[in-house]
Design a protein around this ligand. Sequence first.
Ligand code: KG4
Ligand code: ZN
Length: 346
Amino acid sequence: MNGGPLVLALETSCDETAAAVLEFPGHVLASEISSQIPLHRRYGGIVPEVASRNHLVCLRPVLEQALEKAGTGIERIDGFAATAGPGLASSLLIGHAAAKALAFSRMRPFFSVHHLEGHLLSPFVGRLEGPRPCVALIVSGGHTLLLHVRGPFDYVVCGRTRDDAAGEAFDKAARMLGLPYPGGPEIERLARQGDPGAFSFPRSMRDSGNWDFSFSGLKTSLLYTLEKLGEGAGPRAPDLCASFQEAVVEVLVRKTIRLAGVLGTGLVTVSGGVSINGRLREAFEDACVRAGLELILAPRELTTDNAAMIAYCAGLYLQADRPSGLDAEIDPNLPFLRGNEAGRNR
Ligand code: KG4
Ligand code: ZN
């Protein structure tokens, strides 16, 4: 340990119960995640009631596991944090209330953090330098956002998806192909044996005059292609997956790099659940080299929902002496306009 403040964070916005202990700024002492994916798989998606019940069951063991792994006791924690939103109300409530209770009982500050600020800053977790101005792409199951990070706590949303999020598109495509939930990893796995040029799927809004995205046309195009093929994907599944993945990746990379050029920022970051995708990472690496841009990808273990990214944001707020009140509330639709206001959640 290097003597920085210790932050304990809980993240229960969706279907993962996560707890982390971070020695701010650079040292993740523990980042524990209990995934509910197998529980929800048989329903083909997340069932809110099942998720919240499971958070109740898992929270304490996951928290204890995180403290044990970090080699520290609760009495040494300098601040407690939790995700305030967006997410499932009944799931958010569990982690948020628990972190508040811990902060109150230990008489330490509480930090109510925006889930997307966590994803946004996850590429900087474990780095001593702190967040820098950049163009940031967040691609997850619920969100696809293109942002301009102008300075500390100063974020401007430049574009977002008009329909499905990138991860949602992967999940829906997988369902059409008869693949299990979550679809992203399954599509990536099959795509490795396929030809990305086999089918020409649309690159919706790739060259539009704004920074928004749309993936519903791509989904429809896949549906029509499947209908035309007759008896489902069959042996064409790898080609379909590779072509679908390529269409998503191309639009994401193209628009992000173009925005960095327009804004004149030398740094690009990519985060969120979809950013674990190997083809997306490779395409960003190539494009940034060609454009002379620095690229920081979220570490693989911090791409999907985790509590280390929430702890990191809380560490920044702790450093800036900006705690949240114990009256801070969760908000399933918490807006993300400027991280500052959104994160400080009333
Ligand atoms: O960030 P995340 O864990 O949850 C949200 O906050 O939404 O992202 C989950 C999403 C799912 O839609 C999942 O299909 C997608 O990330 N995903 C992937 C891959 N692994 C997970 N998408 C593409 N390729 C992958 N390898
Ligand atoms: Zn997320």
